[in-house]
Design a protein around this ligand. Structure first.
Ligand code: 13P
Ligand code: SF4
Length: 305
């Protein structure tokens, strides 16, 4: 079946089954086209809760589907390809957090939203890349453990020198590959361009940026600029900007050979269709006590952020 016909079948199947398709901006442009809601990870889970959807297909990675389930336990939440996971989300075991808290009873543990539900259940508060500084600034603790991303953690630490922040050694295998050299070469080819980057990138890269922020912030910044913008994040963001904005060729992909998240690209348009009709995907289930504990950390993020 060609792509156009498959897209038409997806639209019909969504209607017949009352299914909502959520797609992270990093997804393939054809999936973005058939989605009901697109955006960054936290926006999507909030949106699913607001929509009170009966059934959701989450086109992204596992922690995103889990976040939808934590916020909307009544919603049947399907991850079309069960092996689509964020490698960073599991770079710390929940037992390590429990041990740290036993040894440091007055400390607080801050978890990036890119973590499993089991990790969220052990931490004190979650953050997104856009709310991390604001939330950590408000924490009244002698010690703060920031997990799992060392680069986002050091970005926060730099802005808040008065806080005693301990970093974990996790990282995003996609953004962490970037080097200052990648940026300098791209800037040399586009000397008049601004540079926007995701703070999951190493400090030497962030130091060269005109702005650093989450997916949604990068998109807003890029749209607001009159001229060229070099985009230092996953290639889905440039695909999105170049197809949804006028003069789409003014968005320049930094290091295209590095900035492609394989896990985010595991879902195909066929998978989306098959998940809608119930012939593939995993119905995400979380033990209720774990879900409730994870919800406490997410709700605290909403209060503080
Ligand atoms: P956002 O939280 O900005 O959607 O980012 C998700 C992600 O995986 C970044 O690499
Ligand atoms: Fe995880 Fe990095 Fe992929 Fe985002 S880009 S889903 S942080 S591996």
């Amino acid at each position: 079946m060609n792509t156009k016909d498959l897209k038409q079948k997806i639209l019909e199947a969504k209607k017949e089954t009352g299914t909502i398709v959520l797609a992270h901006t990093y997804q393939d442009p054809d999936i973005i086209d058939v989605a009901d809601v697109t955006g960054d990870s936290f926006f999507l889970s909030k949106k699913a809760a607001e929509l009170k959807a009966k059934r959701v297909i989450m086109c992204g990675v596992r922690f995103m589907a889990e976040s939808v389930k934590i916020l909307s336990p009544e919603t049947e939440t399907i991850l079309p390809v069960p092996s689509a996971t964020c490698p960073m989300a599991e770079q710390i075991a929940p037992e390590r957090i429990r041990k740290f808290k036993e040894e440091n009873p007055t400390a607080q543990v801050v978890a990036y939203i890119n973590t499993t539900a089991a990790i969220k259940a052990e931490c004190d508060v979650c953050v997104t890349s856009s709310s991390a500084i604001k939330i950590v600034e408000k924490l009244d603790a002698d010690k703060i453990l920031f997990i799992p991303d060392q680069h986002l953690g050091s970005f926060v630490k730099k802005q808040l020198p008065d806080k005693n922040i301990i970093l974990w050694d996790g990282y995003c295998p996609v953004h962490a590959q970037l080097t200052a050299q990648d940026v300098l070469e791209c800037k040399a080819a586009h000397p008049d361009a601004k540079f926007a980057v995701h703070p999951e990138s190493p400090a030497e890269v962030v130091a060269l940026a005109d702005m650093a922020g989450a997916t949604s912030e990068i998109i807003s910044y890029a749209k607001s600029q009159p001229g060229k913008v070099i985009i230092g994040t996953e290639k889905g963001v440039v695909d999105y900007l170049s197809t949804h904005e006028e003069n789409g060729d003014r968005f320049i992909q930094l290091a295209p050979h590095k900035l492609c998240c394989e896990d985010m690209k595991k879902i195909s348009l066929e998978d989306v269709y098959n998940a809608i009709i119930g012939s593939c995907g995993e119905d995400i289930q979380l033990p209720e006590d774990l879900r409730k504990k994870a919800l406490v950390s997410i709700n605290r993020m909403l209060e503080l952020g």
